[in-house]
Design a binder for this molecule. Structure first.
Ligand code: GLN
Ligand code: ZN
Length: 743
């Protein structure tokens, strides 16, 4: 039996982030395009080699990208926005679309479904004119694989997903769809000309959001057409089930479907129709998004169950999605403790799991799988969880009472000014942290440096007359990793990088066991900062939902339970802070919204436990402790009731780029807690003038009353330099004073 295992993509950034290094050198003009291309080609060959050596029968082709696959596809389809077509050099144009250049603003980038990977958003208009198609990249990579004897499938993003993710000036209609499909048809014709039986996998994760009737009819049109051009065309969906689409696809002439049985277990509801059809089915059962070892015994049972519907001759087993979302290899994780390491499988190890599973499944060989490791249990955490009561999720006093008490207690002016937490992370700050980490700097010297930076930062804030101060977060490399490093149940890998966008990678903490807090995590810095000033100092914590959403989370218990455990640890920190005189505490939930499930029907459940986790972490606050939260977005329309129920005394949000339009929802729903709608955009180095910020404040005052408003930038200042930070904050305070004088 051939083609029994398949991979939907491999981490292209490289074992040691070779692609990142090469790209960044190329951007700095240190290496030529030829050199960059040869690095890329070596990486592709190495990754195919790894897949084949592991025993994978169908490797992924065209999963490589210099920046992003959606961007590559735009080039292939001739879908470059008009505004870049003046750039004649193809490489220059490609990177200008991705990153902008002196005369072109970069294209928008956003998260790929509910992952932390970002794609470049196609820009389409109803009158969009496609350019010529270009198969260069696909052909090069296919030939490269051929010449080196690799059997593979060409991976492409399909038309429904491409359209679904585009930014259009209108709803998707046939006027847009028809010409797009025409481009796909041209592309396929050229690909099939290389070899009629070439395997092609069209990625259509958009279908897992739950396609409506209109989309389903386009789906049918698309795949009747495309499958008629190519006899070996399959459609892949992932991150959820896609039963609505499966019901349509089985009646098109496609060869097969690739379905996610890790995150889309409900795909099993389609087994009967799949069985009755003649389609090939690839079962995505090796988790492409998480880092834990596969429970092979359990997976084998799932496969055997599936085989009672679809005969083995028509089955392939594969990864649930591209392995792009997991780190490359465990090889370099010498520092991880064995009890953590034995739980893990990164991309390279997952290839091994895939092949082992296929041997057991297809050949019926009696394979004894290694015993599936279990995370150790912390009885104390279990006990604490079972003792929770509904009171632990509720503040002792209602907001109205707390607000009065805060009024007396803090004695703040109207429109209090503050910041979101971090101040510039200069090269010096990073150097101090790194040297301490490497053991080149003593704890004493490190503490002294940190305290000096805090003191400078506090003095600056006082000097410009901000009302509520922060310590600056100099001790943190990242708002999640900082807590992950200190909590029990979390581990930090040395080389567990995953691509976030372009050359940028992140290293999410590994939440592998029961979570608890061995000791206070932020107290020392906050208490020191408060000792320097008589103004209120905000304690700074990352919320449980954000810590969860930006970590690799254990898969042997529900996410909700892990969130509750983290919430308890944060709760203890809140309590320690308030008992040490920190009476304003900000619990950041930057990733609250991105944790929303893909399918609408699963939202209520998420909202319930995400909300509960936030409440559990903050409800311990006394009447006179003010809880702040911060979220890095502005679109609250569909989640405002949940935000309200979080019962934070103050929420700071990002509305600087949308004016006060998005603030209206707070008024319309009768939101009563206080709001700090960021009045300037920290994502740009531009310093807005006093007049500009003043105008922004008046705009806010048209929507919400002065006693409900705070004035602050729209996010943390850590990516900015000091000069522009100083200038912008001085202007912000001055604008606020002017506005106050009119009230
Ligand atoms: N307190 C954090 C900071 O200022 C919040 C960061 C964020 O919202 N992403 O950096
Ligand atoms: Zn933010």
């Amino acid at each position: 039996m051939n083609n029994k295992t398949a991979v939907l993509g491999f981490p292209r950034i490289g074992e040691k982030r070779e692609l990142k290094i090469a790209l960044e050198s190329y951007w700095k003009r240190e290496i030529s395009i030829n050199k960059l291309e040869s690095v890329a080609s070596e990486l592709r060959l190495k990754h195919w080699e790894l897949q084949r050596n592991a025993g994978v029968s169908l490797v992924a082709i065209n999963d490589f990208s210099f920046y992003d696959n959606t961007l590559d596809l735009m080039i292939a389809l001739g879908a470059q926005p008009q505004r870049f077509r003046d750039i004649s050099d193809v490489n220059q144009r490609y990177f200008a679309m991705a990153r902008g250049d002196t005369t072109h603003t970069a294209m928008e980038m956003t998260k790929w479904f509910n992952t932390n990977y970002h794609y470049i958003v196609p820009e389409l208009t109803t009158d969009f004119e496609f350019g010529a198609i270009c198969t260069d990249k696909i052909v090069t990579e296919y030939r490269e694989a051929q010449e080196n004897g690799f059997d593979g499938a060409i991976q492409l993003i399909g038309p429904i997903t491409f359209l679904g993710l585009s930014r259009c000036d209108t709803v998707i209609t046939r006027t847009l769809f028809d010409p797009l499909l025409e481009q796909y048809a041209k592309l396929l014709r050229e690909i099939v000309a290389l070899d009629t039986n070439i395997e092609i996998v069209m990625h259509e994760p958009f279908l897992t959001i739950g396609a409506d009737a209109g989309e389903l009819s386009l789906l049918k049109i698309a795949y009747e057409r495309l499958a008629s051009l190519s006899p070996s065309l399959s459609v892949a969906t992932y991150f959820e089930h896609s039963n609505e689409a499966t019901a349509v696809l089985v009646h098109t002439p496609i060869k097969g479907l690739v379905l996610d049985f890790v995150y889309g277990t409900k795909n099993s509801e389609s087994l009967e129709i799949l069985g009755k059809s003649t389609k090939h089915v690839t079962i995505g059962i090796i988790d492409g998004r998480n880092v834990w070892k596969n429970n092979l015994q359990q997976s084998l049972q799932t496969l055997e169950y599936i085989a009672t519907y679809v005969p083995k001759e028509r089955l392939t087993i594969g990864t649930s999605c591209s392995l792009l979302h997991v780190p490359y290899t465990l090889k370099h994780e010498e520092k991880l403790e064995t009890n953590v390491k034995e739980l893990l499988a990164f991309a390279e190890e997952k290839l091994g799991e895939l092949v082992l599973l296929s041997k057991a499944f297809f050949s019926g060989e009696a394979i004894t799988f290694p015993v599936h490791p279990k995370a150790s249990v912390d009885e104390a955490v279990k006990k604490r969880l079972s003792a929770l009561t509904s009171n632990d999720f509720k503040r002792s006093h209602p907001f109205s009472v707390r607000q009065m008490s805060a009024h007396d207690h803090f004695d703040l002016p109207l429109l209090p000014t503050t910041t979101i937490g971090s101040f510039p992370q200069t090269a010096e700050v990073r150097k101090v942290r790194q040297e301490f980490k490497k053991g080149l700097l003593s704890k004493k010297a490190y503490d002294k440096s940190m305290k000096d930076m805090i003191a400078t930062c506090v003095a600056f804030q006082e000097s410009i007359d901000l009302d509520v101060l922060v310590h600056g977060e100099f001790e943190r490399n990242d708002m999640v990793e900082y807590f992950g490093e200190q909590l029990n149940g979390f581990a930090i890998s040395s080389n567990g990088w995953v691509q976030s966008y372009g050359s940028r990678c992140v290293k999410p903490p590994l939440l592998y066991g029961d979570v608890s807090r061995p000791k206070a995590m932020t107290l020392e810095w906050s208490v020191y900062a408060q000792s320097l000033t008589s103004r209120p100092m905000k304690g700074m914590l990352t919320g449980p939902v954000t810590i969860l959403n930006w970590s690799f989370v254990r898969d042997d218990q529900p996410r909700a339970l892990s969130a509750t455990q983290i919430a308890l640890a944060i709760r203890d920190e809140v309590d320690d802070l308030q008992n040490s005189g920190i009476k304003m505490i900000q619990v950041d939930e930057a990733a609250f919204k991105e944790g929303y499930p893909l399918r609408y029907e699963n939202r209520t459940d998420y909202e319930r436990w995400a909300l509960d986790s936030f409440l559990l972490s903050t409800a311990i606050a006394h009447k006179d402790t003010q809880i702040h939260t911060h979220m890095c977005y502005s679109e609250f329309t569909d989640i405002i009731k949940t935000i309200e129920a979080m019962d934070a005394d103050v929420i700071s949000i990002e509305t600087s780029r949308s004016g006060n339009r998005l603030l209206r929802i707070f008024k319309e729903t009768g939101y009563s807690q206080e709001v700090g709608p960021g009045i300037y955009d920290i994502h740009s180095p531009r310093v807005p003038s006093v007049e500009e910020m003043e105008a922004q404040i008046y705009a806010l005052l048209e929507v919400l009353p002065a006693n409900q408003l705070w004035i602050n930038p729209d996010c943390g200042l850590k990516t900015r330099g000091w000069p522009e930070t100083q200038a912008a904050l001085i202007n912000m305070v001055e604008a606020t004073k002017k506005a106050r004088a009119t009230l």
